[in-house]
Write a protein that binds this ligand. Structure first.
Ligand code: TYM
Length: 327
């Protein structure tokens, strides 16, 4: 039997996983654990690249671990760990830094966006962020990386870095393919920007139903639909794009027709979405509550994950060092 292909992905500890993370990536991760050898991590080292509060970071990492496990990542079926517990990532990162042309880093969209927000305070770590991400992937010689659309450029960068390394030192790293989730780019509640914790436009997967409703009620719909009797256009409505993530086909068709024919108002439409979303989020919230009562099990799973990850990462790193001529 041929060995299973390997998958790697990661998520920042940004406080809470939102439905963009979930439908863009994590839902896909859970599905992939059935057929692939999967490695998933909380990328605490990436979180250091922008201004942050060191007193709050441990809780953020812990919350991310609970959220991921509650969302369905089962430590018995995949390797789940905290990035900084596997120092091989940063060691490979340095080796790759020495094959990365500086100009390529300045071209990264995420660097341009985040560095403009950080102003004078921008760190070299933010510029080198994509090298660490490439190291995360290549240190497992991953075949594929499930991500949302916003990470595609970083993934292309990782492929390019693998090609450069292979061209210079010999064929070693596979070029990792991107696997894009169902919600490739989930927009924020404002309908204007991608859903993102830093934009404060999110629905967290652990939020209580009432809190989610309070956010949905004023959320943007089709702006041309001013009165309930105005016909709407689902293609212009952010809530309709959310429906596509959770609402069954047949019901979806009815909602689109009801919007166009003005038989369903925006509030009714949001209520249906809320109900369908909660069918996905209720069990996640419940599992999270249970996991929070068993912190030792969660900690053991993460330690175990780091041990397994290190064994694989060490082997790859040793091979790369040898190829680069290190004794
Ligand atoms: P992060 O933490 O920003 O996001 C985690 C995953 O969620 C996806 N995502 C979205 N998908 C759809 N719509 C959205 N609004 C949305 N927001 C986020 C992201 O595409 C991502 O898949 N750099 C990465 C973390 C990382 C990583 C890696 C990923 C570090 N090393 C190695 C893969 C492989 C990041 O900041 O993701």
């Amino acid at each position: 039997m041929s060995p299973r292909q390997r998958i790697l992905s990661g998520i920042q500890p940004s406080g809470t996983i939102h439905i963009g993370n979930y439908f863009g990536a994590v839902e896909n991760w859970v599905r992939l654990t059935k057929d692939y050898d999967c490695f998933f991590m909380i990328v605490d080292l990436h979180a250091l690249t922008v201004d942050y509060d060191p007193r709050r970071l441990p809780q953020r990492v812990w919350d991310a671990a609970l959220d991921n496990m509650a969302a369905g990542l089962d430590p018995a079926k995949c390797t789940i760990f905290i990035q900084s517990h596997v120092p091989e990532h940063t060691e490979l990162c340095w080796l790759l830094t020495c094959v990365t042309p500086l100009g390529e880093l300045y071209r990264m969209t995420q660097f341009k966006e985040k560095s403009s927000r950080e102003g004078e305070n921008v760190k070299a770590g933010l510029l080198c962020y994509p090298i660490l991400m490439a190291a995360d992937i290549l240190v497992y010689r991953a075949d594929a990386v499930p991500v949302g659309e916003d990470q595609v450029q970083h993934l292309e960068f990782s492929r390019e870095l693998a090609r450069r390394f292979n061209g210079r030192f010999g064929d070693y790293f596979p070029e990792p393919a991107a696997l894009i989730g169902r919600g490739a780019r989930v927009m924020g509640l404002d309908g204007a920007a991608k859903m993102s914790k830093s934009m404060d436009n999110i629905i967290g997967i652990g939020e209580e139903p009432e809190a989610v409703w309070e956010k949905l009620r004023p959320a943007k719909t089709d702006e041309a639909r001013k009165r309930r009797s105005d016909p709407g256009e689902p293609g212009r409505c952010n809530i309709y794009s959310y429906h596509k993530l959770v609402t069954p086909e047949a019901e979806l068709a009815g909602i689109a027709a009801g919007c166009r024919g003005a038989t369903i108002g925006c509030i009714d439409c949001k209520k249906i979405f809320h109900r369908n979303l909660m069918k996905v989020l209720d069990p996640i919230r419940e599992r999270r509550r249970e996991l929070a009562l068993r912190p030792d099990d969660v900690r053991d799973a993460l330690n175990d994950g780091a041990r397994k990850a290190r064994a694989v990462a060490r082997e790859t790193l040793d091979g790369a060092k040898k190829l680069m001529g290190l004794l």
